[in-house]
Write a protein that binds this ligand. Structure first.
Ligand SMILES: [Zn+2]
Ligand SMILES: [Zn+2]
Length: 303
């Protein structure tokens, strides 16, 4: 199964040094999901060759401008480009008010259905599910209501072994049942169990997006053991006081959290404009958790 994360924006607060505010594209099988939509996201999509028309679901973490100011532009372009397919949008309830106001004063009636689903940040909740993935919110601890998102791929059925299908001449009518675990009796009367006729399914994959937040234990259970954790690392640890005041995390804290949570890989991002060179942040996170990478624009990670 395809489960790929592409980074469109890695900057906190303002665009700087060719870094854009937060936005990520997650491709799961053939479906494309946008996580946060900082200013300039639609230009980042063009720059890296992604089609905005393919996005059917958008998740917005919170209403600081660096996470949603690109949304009006993206939705307007979808409208102008003739989109008719419905678009699902998840975000804090007040986001609806902002969008309604904008479209009211610009006298715009979108050509497509924008299906708004309010999130809340009291308790984690399952907010989205389809054949490929389910998405839960992660309650984060930020200056304003903020949720992260955990994506968990659905367990797939095993696949049939082509050699066995040919060898035993398994009829089409039996194939779905075998994948579901039923045995198969061949023409000679011999019974074959499902496991001997199939290959195991792809393992379940998990991705957690945690931005923006104080690094605390409240969401620890949800990120435990995930394949990839994206965690904001706005500051170096020397700026811990500043991180605490502004409800952000240091690179060292993100590394320590990833280590304790036993994740497979940590991606750090949401970098403060005070750091032109990001290697110090990377080194600091790696000092606590070696499997750390920078989530910078244009990078794609296979999960
Ligand atoms: Zn932010
Ligand atoms: Zn914020």
């Amino acid at each position: 199964m395809k489960f790929e994360l592409s980074i469109l924006g890695s900057s906190s607060a303002t665009p700087i040094y060719n870094r854009n505010p937060s936005a990520q594209l997650l491709t799961i099988n053939e479906k494309v999901y946008l996580i946060d939509c900082g200013e300039g996201t639609q230009q980042q999509l063009l720059k890296y060759g992604f089609k905005a028309a393919k996005i059917d679901t958008i998740f917005i973490s919170h209403l600081h401008g660096d996470h949603y100011l690109g949304l009006m532009g993206l939705l307007s372009s979808m409208h102008l480009n003739g989109r008719t397919k419905a678009l699902a949008l998840f975000g804090p309830p007040e986001l609806k008010e902002l969008l309604d106001l904008h479209f009211r004063y610009s006298a715009t009636t979108l050509r497509f259905d924008l299906v708004f689903n309010p999130t809340q940040n009291q308790l984690p909740a399952l907010i989205f599910e389809n054949a490929d993935v389910q998405v839960e919110t992660i309650v984060l601890n930020h200056r304003i209501a903020c949720t992260g998102f955990k994506f968990t791929s659905k367990s797939m059925l095993p696949s049939l072994r082509e050699d066995k299908v040919r060898e035993l001449d398994i009829p089409i009518t039996h194939r779905a049942l075998i994948k579901k675990g039923f045995p198969f009796t061949d023409a000679s009367g011999k019974v074959h169990d499902s496991a001997s006729l199939t290959r195991p399914p792809a393992p379940i994959k998990t991705y957690a997006y945690c931005s923006d937040t104080l690094c605390d234990q409240s969401y620890f259970e949800q990120i435990k053991g995930v394949d990839v954790l994206y965690h904001e690392s706005t500051f170096l640890h020397a700026m811990l006081d500043r991180a605490n005041e502004s409800y952000h995390t240091t690179a060292l804290q993100a590394g320590e959290l990833a280590n304790r949570a036993g994740v497979k890989k940590l991606l750090i991002g949401h970098f403060s404009a005070r750091y032109k060179d990001l290697n110090e942040l990377l080194d600091e996170a790696k000092s606590a958790f070696d499997a750390t990478e920078l989530a910078i624009e244009g990078q794609t990670f296979c999960i």
